[in-house]
Design a binder for this molecule. Structure first.
Ligand SMILES: [Zn+2]
Ligand SMILES: [Zn+2]
Length: 293
């Protein structure tokens, strides 16, 4: 198990490592480029080597990229689809070069075209991403969405269908607790958690689960809206996170906070709350990482 959170890359990807250390993270998630734009980060080999050396020095154990928000594999717009495939492929290649574990993405929205009709396209788009990424060590990871209108991959059923359509074992899944709750999975109770994980196993397979986005939900069960709350301040609740963190089906995964914190995003307090609920010693904030090599 690793506990950490999404951290900013203001000032460069390097800076994310410092932010990670400052919040006591063992795992970080970053946007290597602004998530509202198609532009992707270009790094030469020297910069890649520097980054890898710094990661080594910080002792951070895991790192995931979050894809840009514009990605949509269920769109009828050819240009948007091509850009989506290109963006994911370039993120995967960059992740591989940097030793980043994977690229987490939201599959998108069919915008009224329907899930089933767009399913074959989603499967083939994923295969194109993998083909274009080539020989990379980084994993492509689908995240369940909150259930806003037309979104695809909101239910576990749909995530499973997308993976099946791609038919590619290398694709993993990230479970966002707030999104699942907003989509009607009752994660606030012991029975609800057990039921949701059983359903996940039936429809996706727990062996495909590679990361958890640990977020409480500001909206009620089944509200179909994406509103993250700090752990313990939402409808899922502290006790339920304690149950999930100690559940053998989830325990060994990286747990990544995407919560508001005190307004600046995941912080040491939220990291340590998860650690406490998991029965771990508190993390200590490291002031500054090592200087670049
Ligand atoms: Zn998420
Ligand atoms: Zn969200």
């Amino acid at each position: 198990m690793e506990i950490g959170g999404h951290v900013p890359t203001k000032g460069g990807l390097d800076k994310a490592l410092d932010f990670g250390l400052a919040i006591g993270a063992e795992v970080i998630q970053t946007h290597p480029s602004p998530p509202q734009q198609w532009r992707s980060l270009v790094l030469d080999d020297a910069a890649v080597d520097n980054f890898r050396a710094r990661v080594e020095a910080t002792g951070l154990r895991r790192h995931f990229f979050h894809a840009v928000y514009l990605v949509n594999l269920a769109t009828r717009d050819e240009t948007l689809l091509k850009r989506s495939i290109g963006s994911l492929a370039s993120y995967l290649r960059l992740a591989g070069r940097l030793g980043v574990d994977g690229v987490i993405f939201h599959p998108g929205s069919h915008k009224g075209a329907g899930f089933e009709p767009m399913l074959p396209q989603m499967g083939s788009a994923i295969l194109q991403v993998l083909e274009r990424a080539g020989d990379t060590t980084a994993q492509l990871i689908v995240e369940n969405s909150a259930g806003q209108g037309g979104c695809v991959g909101c239910s576990f059923d749909e995530v499973g269908a997308i993976l099946d359509a791609a038919g590619e074992e290398r694709v993993g899944v990230c479970l966002d607790t707030a999104h699942a709750y907003a989509n009607g999975y009752e994660l606030s109770t012991a029975e609800g958690i057990d039921g949701a994980l059983r359903t996940f196993d039936e429809q996706i397979g727990l062996d495909r689960l590679v990361a958890v986005h640990a977020n409480d939900s500001r909206v009620a069960l089944g509200a179909n809206v994406d509103r993250h709350a700090n752990i313990g301040d939402g409808h899922i609740g502290r006790e339920a996170f304690g149950r999930m963190l100690t559940d053998s089906r989830l325990r060994d995964l990286p747990w990544i906070l995407e919560v508001p914190g005190a307004g600046q995003g995941p912080d040491l307090e939220q990291v340590n709350l998860l650690r406490e609920l998991a029965g771990l010693e508190p993390a200590v904030a490291a002031e500054v990482a090592t200087t670049p090599v």
